[in-house]
Ligand binder design. Sequence first.
Ligand SMILES: Cc1cc2nc3c(=O)[nH]c(=O)nc-3n(C[C@H](O)[C@H](O)[C@H](O)COP(=O)(O)OP(=O)(O)OC[C@H]3O[C@@H](n4cnc5c(N)ncnc54)[C@H](O)[C@@H]3O)c2cc1C
Length: 193
Amino acid sequence: MFIQQMSREECLEALAHARLGRLACAKSNQPYIVPIYFAFDRAASDDAYLYGFTTLGQKTEWMRANPRVCVEVDEVKAHDQWMSLVIFGTYEELIEAGNQAAEHRRAIELLQERARWWEPGATNFVAKAQVDQPKPFEPIFYRIKIHEVTGHRCGAIPAAEAPDDIAISQLRIRGWLRRLLRRVSVRAANKLP
Ligand SMILES: Cc1cc2nc3c(=O)[nH]c(=O)nc-3n(C[C@H](O)[C@H](O)[C@H](O)COP(=O)(O)OP(=O)(O)OC[C@H]3O[C@@H](n4cnc5c(N)ncnc54)[C@H](O)[C@@H]3O)c2cc1C
């Protein structure tokens, strides 16, 4: 097993193919995280954004109070074949009128590339309306400006890069960890699963 750090460019490339993430926000030292669908876009200025659709609820109330958010995205093919991204960003609601009108249109355009993009956000509204006092339906288009993105990718170690036995024995590490490293490097060298 070999874990590699991804460059910003590799992270943005991976985001272009992703649709599902976990959006974390926080209020009064209490974190809150929910799954969301998003669409990724990169502006000409090289600023990058995630666009999403939702309705009023806990996360929108919390993000209005504190727009600093974190999004996690991952793709897991096997226990030793995965990729994960962590994004630090700022939440911003897009208003249909005024100087945000173009961005509001852009959000709809990008989200529409996925069929039934509106469903999770709207379904939550309908579910709540059945138990709470009915509230006006308030569709919210938003974007998250990506300030920082980091990525880790895990795959098999290329045999040429597997640490050899001498290198491992020279490491000042506990016995069980040394044995584990040996096993992993032998498997990689022999290309065993
Ligand atoms: C695959 C997937 C994709 C989704 N995509 C979107 C999307 O693009 N847009 C969108 O608006 N919503 C999406 N949802 C639903 C989303 O995860 C939230 O449930 C929803 O947005 C409501 O969040 P809220 O903070 O407004 O909840 P509220 O209704 O205000 O939450 C009230 C309470 O309900 C609980 N709760 C809320 N959401 C969840 C949850 N998902 N799981 C368990 N408990 C919960 C929490 O305890 C919370 O305190 C998606 C869900 C899934 C599974």
